[in-house]
Write a protein that binds this ligand. Structure first.
Ligand code: PMP
Length: 377
């Protein structure tokens, strides 16, 4: 079986699994306990993972908050900022996002929209990207309490103009969050150079780490001043009071190792994914010619993610037909029962949405395996 659904999830990296195992077996201490070595070892392991994630993203280790994944990070940041800063009567109640976000952002905005906030969903272009000028106009007019715009889109792979967005928010000082789940390990991420990004979400299982762990990056206002938010989970005060609950040490160690590998392999990974993508696109174009169209720009995209329409072919039927030898998806695994809101927001008709499939490569696939696509006529 050729697995080409790596945006849905990735296979755990063998070095990640190896790093995790001791923390499920002999090193089972609670990092919040004190004095004895089992607890100290767990605490050291968590602290190393925090440094590995911080190194990958270019932030300080104390800006990393471990969560259960990007869904939680998105919820935590958006609800947390809305509640903590919006609680004040005079604060802006305006929240800004785009129509092509992941459901964990969209639904959170909708939820807050029903609770006294004004949630605004920006239009996107035909590749699901926002226009910086439009963002700037709305931001200047409305002074949103929080703006959340994803870095790279999980369904079509387009990248938003993150440098320009960061510059805009660095200048106006307003809160800006980006869901970077799909770009980590595929494009360089250096928060030191992107000072307008105050919050960032990421997930372990998209980068060869385990499922059930991710991080919310909450940048400090200055060296000493933390950005506060109302926690989703109240309790023992772990994670600097941002997220209570006993830390899942094995998962956090896995996320740390996956982050270390992602930074070490970034260049090779990106190069290989681009090479494989070009190889596959060549096959598809040669074989299928004008029977297919692509849903993202050839530049400014996540390497290895190809979204395309098979004109006149129902995607579900095609995926079922292929499913015994290639694992692909029609778009996002999170909302596969509904027609894609991303493609609809990009101006695609329902018919076009139903003809779309997403192929997401991994660097360990080889050209010979991709030759399977020559069979599709
Ligand atoms: N945001 C994006 C852009 C995603 O692709 C995903 C995963 N499909 C998520 C958030 C949710 O991540 P997790 O599975 O870690 O909750």
């Amino acid at each position: 079986m050729l697995y080409l659904d790596n945006s849905a999830t990735t296979k755990i990296h063998s070095e990640v699994l190896e790093a995790m195992l001791p923390y499920l077996q002999e090193e089972y201490g609670n990092p919040s306990s004190k004095f004895y070595s089992l607890a100290e070892n767990a605490k050291k392991a968590v602290s190393m993972a925090r440094e590995q994630v911080a190194h990958l993203l270019g932030c300080d280790p104390d800006e990393v908050v471990f969560t259960s994944g990007a869904t939680e990070s998105n919820n935590m940041i958006i609800k947390g900022v809305a509640d903590y800063y919006g609680y004040n009567e005079d604060a802006s109640k305006y929240l800004l996002t785009s129509a092509a976000e992941h459901p964990s952002v969209l639904e959170t905005f909708e939820f807050l929209g029903e609770r006294g906030y004004t949630a605004h969903f920006l239009d996107v272009d035909s590749f699901a990207r926002v226009n910086v000028q439009n963002v700037a106009t709305v931001v200047n007019q409305e002074q949103p309490l929080l703006t959340s715009i994803m870095w790279g889109n999980n369904e079509v792979g387009s990248l938003n103009p993150i440098d320009e967005l960061s510059r805009l928010f660095a200048t106006n000082g307003l809160f800006f969050h980006t869901d970077a789940t799909q770009v980590i390990g595929k494009v360089p991420v250096d928060l030191r150079k992107l000072s307008g990004i105050r919050f960032l979400s990421m997930s372990g299982h998209k980068i060869g780490g385990p499922k059930g762990v991710g991080a919310a990056i909450i940048r400090k206002q200055s060296k000493e001043i933390y950005t506060r938010l109302t926690p989703l989970l109240h309790g023992g005060g772990q994670e600097n009071n941002y997220r209570s609950g006993t830390l899942a040490v094995h998962n956090i160690v896995g996320l740390g190792k996956a982050a270390e590998l992602a930074s070490q392999n970034l260049e090779n990974n990106t190069q290989r994914l681009t090479q494989l993508e070009n190889y596959l696109i060549d096959i598809l174009k040669t074989n299928l010619g004008d029977k297919i169209t692509f849903n993202s720009d050839t530049h400014d995209k996540i390497p290895g993610l190809i979204s395309l329409q098979f004109i006149g072919v129902n995607n579900e039927l095609l995926l079922k037909k292929l499913s015994s030898f290639i694992a692909l998806s029609s778009g996002s695994a999170c909302s596969s029962s509904k027609p894609s809101h991303v493609l609809s927001a990009s101006g695609k008709s329902l018919e076009e949405v139903r003809q779309t499939i997403r192929i997401t490569l991994s660097a360990d696939v080889n050209e010979r395996e991709l030759d399977l696509f020559r069979e599709i006529k």
